[in-house]
Design a protein around this ligand. Structure first.
Ligand code: SAM
Length: 301
């Protein structure tokens, strides 16, 4: 395994949440550095683990020698289709540890980090048609406003949108540092880290269409999970967590239950933890990237 690719977050809590049966079939939808997968595999006897990661960089971590493991280099929104190609139609548990891995931030060529001057790429999957530069240079004002408001909670994104549009009329925005420079005068030193983290997050979510993929994954997981099968999701920002929370509670993405013919609420899952599990102070001290993690676990009824 590549050194420092990624340190798994809430490792024991998440795998405990999967309630692994040694001969079951499990999916790690976000393989990354394989930290969660490694612990899952260690608990399997004749069971199987299928790992998904859309980023081919994650393939170096795959457990190629282990015949209990299969790696799929695809977006997890193709969960059902890819499993069906393997003749797998039901599973006993699925874990997704959402977002990007540390590797994405430390690779200074991929444009995820505000620390390095790089081409504005931010695609986890290199086959995606549009990168971050495309979005910044081609989206109209309404669409830009939408991504900054919806993906990063900027309540008044107008000044961001105006700065982008004014600049690109003179010169295209192509690198991370060019993007940062647009706001150097308007954002105080005290707030710049938070501001840029949110700005980059909004663009990254749009480039990778992260929220739609998450909804696809959850809907498909519900279809193929066996009764008593577990869904274990670690999210890192409130948009993701809200989607996961509503889905586990109500089986869809609205904040209210589905009603049956007689008006009685019907539920798809039993919640294993009512409140999300968060990392300990000790874990956050060792791994600062864990600080915003929220783990939710539910069991299919
Ligand atoms: C937070 S990391 C997971 C780390 C992993 N749990 C570990 O222990 O190393 C998220 C990983 O999921 C991948 N990923 C994110 N969204 C994805 C998607 N829609 N489909 C497939 N892989 C995705 C990223 O490329 C990244 O490698």
């Amino acid at each position: 395994m590549m050194i420092n690719f990624h340190t798994p977050v809430l490792l024991n809590e998440a795998i405990e949440g999967l309630n692994i049966c040694k001969n079951g079939t499990y999916v790690d939808a976000t393989f990354g550095g394989g930290g969660h997968s490694k612990l899952i595999i260690s608990k399997l006897l004749k069971g199987k683990l299928i790992g998904f990661d859309q980023d081919k960089a994650a393939l170096v971590n795959s457990f190629d020698e282990d015949n209990r493991f299969i790696m799929i280099n695809k977006n997890f929104k193709y969960l059902k289709e890819e499993l069906s190609n393997l003749n797998i139609h039901t599973i006993d548990g699925l874990i997704a540890d959402l977002g990007v891995s540390s590797h994405h931030f430390t690779d200074n060529q991929r444009g995820f980090s505000l620390k390095y001057d790089a081409k504005l790429d931010m695609r986890m999957d290199h086959n995606l048609e549009h990168d971050a530069a495309y979005i910044l240079n081609n989206y109209n004002a309404k669409n830009l406003s939408r991504i900054f408001r919806e993906h990063a909670d900027f309540h008044s994104p107008n000044f961001i949108v105006k700065s982008i549009i004014n600049h690109r009329e003179k010169k295209l925005i192509t690198t991370t540092f060019e993007l940062k420079e647009l706001f150097n005068a308007s954002v105080s030193n005290k707030h710049e880290n938070k501001f840029f983290a949110r700005l980059f997050q909004a663009i990254r979510i749009e480039v990778n269409d992260e929220l739609s993929a998450l909804k696809e994954l959850l809907n498909q997981a519900l279809e193929i999970l066996n009764p008593s099968g577990r869904l274990v999701i670690i999210s890192y920002h409130s948009l993701e967590d809200k989607i996961v929370k509503n889905f586990m509670k109500f089986g869809h993405f609205l904040n209210s239950p589905v009603k049956d013919f007689f008006g009685n609420p019907s539920f798809s899952f039993k919640l294993i933890n009512r409140k999300p599990i968060v990392p300990s102070y000790h874990e956050i001290k060792l791994n600062n990237r864990a600080r915003s993690a929220k783990l939710r676990v539910c069991e299919k009824l």
